[in-house]
Structure formats: C-alpha cells, structure tokens
Write a protein that binds this ligand. Structure first.
Ligand code: BES
Ligand code: ZN
Ligand code: ZN
Length: 484
C-alpha cells in the first residue's frame, strides 16, 4: 500500500524519484530547463500530455514529470484526479517508486489535494492479482506538495485516501473470477470488511429468504449449485439528528450466464462483473465506516449465480416477489431486476427512507449512453438532484433518463401482475420501470452501470477492467447528507 504524505516545503527541496508539475495550456513553463521544449511546442499543457525531464536543474527530485492540465479555466478536481492518475501510471511503468505532486498555490485546497491522492491511488491499481510474475512494479510513496499548505489539507488527504482505497477494494472484488468469488465468498468478504471497520454485517440464507417470501430472488438462485446470499451491512452514527435512513442496494450476480435464456459464448467471460453494483455498495460502506457521516446507512446486496442448472427457472415461470406482486419470467437473462426487486422491498421493510440502487442491469443502457455515463432513473426529483450533485462533485458521470409511467405498458403480462421484460425497445427504461414497482413511494434513484463499471481498454489514468463506479458518488451522497 502506498505511503501518502503532505510536504509543506518549497517544491525545489522535495526529495523524490519524480516530482509531478502541472502545466497549463497557454501558460509557458520555463522552469526545470523546460523553456526550449515549451518554445518548440513539445510541452503545450494539453490535458494528459506527459513529458519526463531527467536531472532537472534547481530541484532535489531526480526527475520532473510535466503533466498537462489543459486550459486553466476548465481545470477542476476531476481534471487533477485524471492528471495525477496518468502521471503515476506513467512513472510506475518506469519503475519510479517515490512520487510527489506539486499543487499550485491557487489550487492548494482540500478538494484538490484529495483529488490528487485519489488519482494516484486509483492510477496505481492493476487488476493483476492472478499474474504470477514476481517482478510486479509498485509505487511506494506519494506526496502532495503544498508549500505552507493549510491544516485542512491533512483531513482532505486522509479522506482522499479512504475513498480511493474503497474504490480499489470494489475494483478488486469485481475483478475476482467467478469460480473464486461465489455468492458465499462475497458474503465472507463482506463480513471480513465489516469486522475490520466496525460495521454490522448479517447474511440472510436461503431459508430466511424463503420465510420472507423472496420468490423473485430465489427463482434466479435455483439454477445454481451455489447457494444465494442476501448481505446486509449496517452503519449507524454514534449520534444523529437525521430522520433519514439511506439504503444502498447493489446487484450481486457473481456470474450471469443468462440462465435457460442463455447468453452467446462470445464475451460471456465478462459477466463476472455482474456483481459490480453490489461490490460498489461494499466499497461505499467501507469508506462510510471511516468517514462517519451523520446519517444511518444500510447496504443490501442480493448475491446469486445465474446458471442454467437442472433446477433452473424457465421462461414462463411465475414467481411471487416479497412485495406480493406476481412476475412472469419471460426471459431468465433479465435476472438483475428480479433480485434487486426483492432487495428493494426488504430495504423498505427495514426502514430505509431513501434508496439508491446500482446495477449492471441492461445492455440497452450501453447502447444509449456508451461507456461514458451511468444512466440515472429516479422517482423523486429531490433525490435525483442529490445524486446528480454528488456525482458531479466526484467527477463520476451520470445522465438522467426517463422514468414515465407509460413505460409500464411494455411490461404487461397476460398471466401475472408484471412481466420481467418489455419488448425490443427502451430496454433500460423498462428495466427501471420494473424496479420502480418495488421502490413504491420511497424516494429512490436507480443507477444502471452496465456501460461504466468495466473498461474494455485502459485509460491513461485508469487500468483496463473494473472502474469502481459509483463508489465516490455514494460516499459523497452520505457524507454531505442534510435532511432539509
Ligand atoms: N447483466 C446483464 C446486463 C449487461 C449487459 C451487463 C451487458 C453488462 C453488459 C443483464 O442481466 C441482462 O442480461 N440483461 C438483458 C435484459 C434483456 C433480457 C431484457 C440485456 O440487457 O440484454
Ligand atoms: Zn442477465
Ligand atoms: Zn445480469
């Protein structure tokens, strides 16, 4: 794990393998002997541009890495997070172990310092746990250089570290292969995490779910030899005036074959990330436990493996959800909404007053928004605005999608209260409107993260594979909660 510090001395004095210095478009960098490169146009300050200078004059660091930060008027913590991530990844590939990043005095506040630390920790992560080469590179230390920086920076840097490590925890879980991370193993991981951070954790097993009438969840689980688990993780503030109780529901399908409505072989190996919503809730709880917001928060993670075993549910089956609604299962591959439906009902029964769910729910959201934005659906404007605001502050991209009652017509069933799929069109919206039936009148936001939870290609600032969204949004939602 990286050692994180703040250095308050002048940047010239900082000892490091490399010192990252931000360069802005239109502001010519002439320090560190970079004048010639600037004049020649090699250093232009463009976003994510990187130029490594060896033995730069006038500084104690062995190298200076000029990191493009784009136009000064567009610069914000999200841009810094990316610049820091790209710089750290570049230096890591060059085996640099001690890294410092200089903040300009105008950016030496808590939000920026936290973003720099987050960028570094997130950039450093590699999904290489199962590669056995023994010369894996790692960055040992990262320092934020803020000459004369205020005391608030200490808390901010601590916060950035907590949040980024939580996001990496989520990424690590999502990256686990489906033979090693079954529903029971997710439950074990949740219990271990909860005991490390003094959270309460309870795992409901099949028998308890049967007693609660969770027919929708159990229907999905019955095709697998692996038993299902409903993980409940509770955070309770030491004291609070808050009347709200936030519920976080995350889809935890440890592998989605599609069931009897089986998926094509091509790309099926990626369906290990179908538990990314659940893993995000675990990561968020890990950070929340350390940041101790004033609002009680409970995570609900329904975990199943969607398999076409001999006991698997069939298209045409009718199941009864915990809410009492009957569901005609037209397509067993639309399993996420079935397990999330029962988890939403249970969350409401447990007293949650506000709900957010995250789920890799539909291929249709990838068609609609690509890999850039999560889709957001909400039954309540105030709740939608809270989540949008938190996401914006964290640089996690979210796009509002429609949730109008007319979409419910697409889910008509001839034989049950509702069908689990609509027709060919508007697949992300019909999935959301299905869930809305189970959120009832509780203010609720649904995040469809099918397009954003997994990166098919690495980015300069983030490795390929699990992205860890929307951990930061959820943490900020909880830590900045005000009842109003
Ligand atoms: N887990 C998938 C959704 C998904 C697709 C996640 C692509 C990540 C990438 C989900 O369970 C699913 O299979 N949904 C179906 C629904 C359809 C049967 C109505 C889909 O999107 O095709
Ligand atoms: Zn599916
Ligand atoms: Zn799925």
């Amino acid at each position: 794990m990286m050692r994180i510090t703040i250095e308050r001395q002048p940047l010239e004095q900082v000892e490091a393998g490399a010192l990252i210095v931000l360069v802005f478009e239109g502001r010519k960098e002439t320090r560190f002997g970079a004048g010639d490169l600037t004049d020649a146009g090699e250093v232009a300050g463009k976003s994510l541009e990187l130029t490594l200078l060896h033995r730069p004059p006038g500084v104690a660091a062995a190298r200076v890495l000029l990191a493009g930060a784009g136009k000064p008027e567009k610069f914000d913590p999200a841009e810094l997070r990316k610049a820091a991530g790209a710089a750290v990844r570049h230096l890591k590939s060059k085996s640099v172990k001690k890294i410092a990043l200089a903040l300009d005095p105008e950016h030496a506040d808590g939000e920026y310092a936290a973003a720099a630390v987050e960028g570094a920790i997130l950039g450093e992560f590699e999904p290489d746990r199962y590669k056995t080469d023994d010369d894996k590179k790692s960055v040992e230390a990262f320092a934020v250089v803020a000459p004369g920086g205020a005391a608030e920076l200490d808390d901010a840097v601590a916060r950035g570290r907590i949040v980024a490590e939580a996001q990496n925890f989520t990424r690590g879980l999502v990256n686990e292969p489906p033979n090693r991370l079954t529903p029971s193993k997710v439950a074990e991981a949740a219990q271990k995490m909860a005991s490390e951070y003094q959270l309460e954790c309870e795992v409901l097993e099949r028998e308890q779910m049967e007693k609660l009438g969770m027919g929708a969840l159990l229907g999905v689980a019955q095709g697998s030899a692996e038993p299902p688990a409903l993980i409940v993780i509770r955070y309770r503030p030491a004291q609070t005036e808050s009347k709200a109780h936030l519920g976080l529901v995350g889809k935890g399908v440890t592998f989605d074959t599609g069931g009897i409505s089986i998926k094509p072989a091509e790309g099926m190996e990626k369906m290990k990330y179908d538990m990314a919503g659940g893993a995000a809730m675990m990561g968020a709880m890990r950070a929340i436990a350390q940041l101790k917001p004033a609002i009680p928060v409970t995570a609900f993670i329904p975990c199943v493996e969607n398999m076409p075993g001999s006991r698997a549910q069939r298209p045409g089956d009718i199941v009864t959800a915990m809410s009492g609604k009957t569901i005609e299962v037209i397509n067993t591959d639309a399993e996420g909404r079935l397990i999330v439906a029962d988890a939403l009902t249970y969350a409401r029964q447990q007293g949650c007053t506000h709900l957010v769910d995250a789920a890799t729910l539909t291929g249709a959201i990838v068609v609609a928004l690509g890999h850039l934005n999560m889709g957001l659906f909400a039954n309540d404007e105030a709740m939608r605005d809270r989540v949008l605001k938190a996401a914006k502050a964290e640089g996690e991209r979210v796009w509002p999608m429609p949730l109008e009652d007319d979409y419910k017509e697409y889910l008509k069933s001839a034989f049950a209260d509702i069908a689990n799929v609509g027709g060919r069109w508007g697949g992300a919206a019909t999935a959301a409107i299905f869930l809305k039936e189970f959120a009832g009148d509780t203010p609720w936001v649904h995040l469809d993260i099918a397009g954003t939870a997994w990166l098919d290609e690495s980015k300069p600032f983030l490795a390929k594979g699990p992205s860890g969204v929307p951990v930061r949004t959820l943490v900020r939602l909880a830590t900045e909660w005000k009842d109003r």
